[in-house]
Design a protein. Sequence first.
Length: 442
Amino acid sequence: MARINVSIGFDRKLYRQDLMGSRAHADMLHAVGLLTADDLAAIQRGLAQIEQEISDGRFVFKDEHEDIHMNIEARLREIIGEPAGRLHTARSRNDQVALDMKLWTRDACDQIDGDLQALQRALITTAEAHADAILPGLTHLQPAQPVTFGHHLLAYVEMLGRDRGRFADCRRRLNESPLGAAALAGTPYAIDRTMTAKALGFERPMANSMDAVASRDHVQEFLAAATITGTHLSRFAEEIVLWMSNQYRFIRLSDAFTTGSSIMPQKKNPDAAELVRAKVGRLLGAFSSLTVMLKGLALTYSKDMQDDKEPAFEAMETLSLCLAATTGMVGDLTINREAMRRAAEGGFITATDLADYLVLELGLPFREAHHITGALVKRAEDLGVGLADLSDAELAAAHPRLTGAARAWLTVEGSVARRSSEGGTAPDQVRHQIARAKERFL
């Protein structure tokens, strides 16, 4: 029973939040006449000493006190004596732990937002340096249309911007204080919940005392946002792995973010990217674990809810580490423009441009233009040449008005430059997107 019941091994991470809540609660108890000035001074002095002891590593956490709340309360009693017992007036461990987890989740949202912004900054800086570097844009992992490396990176900047929005939404929704709900039904004491809410930076007290102690959807929402962010990081990590491969050679990472092989001296493995790619499983596991734990709980508090902390703590540390590693890789990578450019020449990647030429210059319906271009691609494949290498006679055979003038549309530089619609890959458009991204995100 002792082993399964005790939580101090992991909930000690909440000590700062627990001390914050106790300070605010003590101030409120004094303000409403439930705590004398002398008792308040003793409690605040004792809490300050405890914080220093924990920070210095001198605090002795004891399993016999089960959790962070009782460990702090027991130590407070050792320091100041009888006044320590008055601190728990008008509160319960139920609203106390709900408060601690709200404060922790709010802090986690703020930290992750900063980590995400740092990654966006690194991506934008690299995109700006390579706004005109051409590489193949893919669909189904097949060459589709040429794009610029800067444009490719900005796609992730946008994804991360939405991730920041999800964490901001989570923070906004959770920012109501459960303190004062007590065990589940409120309290007969004439407390001031608005005072403690404001002291702790909340918008307001939670409206329903049962909801206050029973709900952990803010932690669920945090973990859901973390899982989506992890998915974005994993997709980018997969591209780093592909780009570093011998088949691509689009980028290089230094030894700072790669490792060698134990037996193959030529190897340079993108281990940082591979590990980031793996971690989304842990994030999803944390979300699933918490969701399954909560789904069968009747209101209000059950001891099952003690198991909300370890998944949340691990997910936070995992995501923060992945963001740091990805930010480091973005700052570390160097690109091989020549390899990117060569790859963009393959796979008839400007075929769509030929179809666009037939529409814009000859006035053909797009479906007819698509059909004609498809036939020319097949002919070029049969001959083992590129579209631009087809003779004037073969162009005219596909359509009598099609001449060699169409070849000007078949360069990858021209293809990229023409994609100048808003949000497109043209270098000038990319630079405009970079300027806007700096305004929106940095």
